[in-house]
Design a protein around this ligand. Sequence first.
Ligand code: LLP
Length: 415
Amino acid sequence: MHYFEYKNGQLFAEDISVEELVKEFDTPVYIYSARTFRRHFEAFDSAFAGIDHLTCYSVKANSNLCVLKMLSEMGSGMDIVSGGELFRVLKAGVDPQKIVYSGVGKKDHEIREAILSDILMFNVESRQELEKINQVAAEMDSTARISLRINPDVDPKTHPYISTGLKKNKFGLDLEQAMDSYMLAKQLSNIEPVGIDCHIGSQLTSIDPFIEALDRIMKFQSKLTDLGIDIRYLDLGGGLGITYDEEQPPHPVEFGQAIKEKLKGTDLTLILEPGRVIAGNSGILVTRVLYTKKTPSKNFIIVDAAMNDLVRPSLYGSFHRIACVHEKNGPDCVADIVGPICETGDFLAQDRKIREVGQNELLAVFSAGAYGFTMSSQYNSRPRGAEVIVDGTKFTLARRREVYFDLLDLEEQCF
Ligand code: LLP
């Protein structure tokens, strides 16, 4: 469900026509719908009503300050994975007691900053990291709350690059190692073990792997209780999928019910880290057709957005629905929709059926609100496009378009 709809043959973001936004901000441009963000957060969070829980939006999906502020004002906590994300969420006014910090490679200064900010907890991914956090906390004369990230060895049945809970993945600790690390954590004087954590992958379209992981974690947690380690938080990570094409992921209500059923009778506070399910369908990327060309083997539609703007199709072979901003009758064609970057891997879609388009027509790439702008780069010295946020009849620039000077801003005059 989202608020990007056609009215009289014109694509609108809520109450504003996309064409009007393009007149103001040019292309390529990311357009976000505030109403969709709010609706998705509300739908997800309320699915867990009735049990103690904290929804920590996963910042990596879309870290624009306006987005973070909006979600924070709705009571969202944040799942962060770097000092940079901590900086962002604090700037957005997020309550540190609603911040969880995941990731396999936290640096000393990042750990220090998080302890100084008094975040809710670190999700720790290795024994050495646990020892490091203890050392940094000791130097600061402080105590760090932690949970250990368990790798439950469950197949999330998603793209291999975004599967994280398999034995062969770099994430978390297997059950045996986790037990040793909890015993160590109990003894470390500047560590307070308060939680247990897992995140098995992203874009999951079935509930079963979540339940399998939860079963393993809860069994493990009861062993911890027997050993005198009292856990307050159970963090189930993120990962709930969305519809890009024809996927039929479970609705958050169904997901919530299945999890709530499992947690009945425990006094654990559930933490969730949804990213894509909140942000994915809350944004589109709008691009302009530069040229079309027919070769003996293919039709190409060359547009002004490229893999530096949206890398998902190139990196994961992901499908994003692409449609004309102006609906018109006309013959369809099958074409590759490609950007100006000098790589064959630079495409937004391959062999896609689309109405025949002409130069200067606008195309909307849907489901681009998560892992779109956050994964963008300046590859080929292409300044990044603007981000705009619409709320009903109002809109605002959420990040200005980069200019050539932004390309050189951090570089030194050599020699
Ligand atoms: N928590 C942790 C520890 C994570 O690593 C992630 C995502 C999430 C939560 C949020 O997962 P979500 O609810 O968004 O599925 N760039 C890829 C996705 C990478 C996901 C990485 N971790 C893509 O474009 O599909």
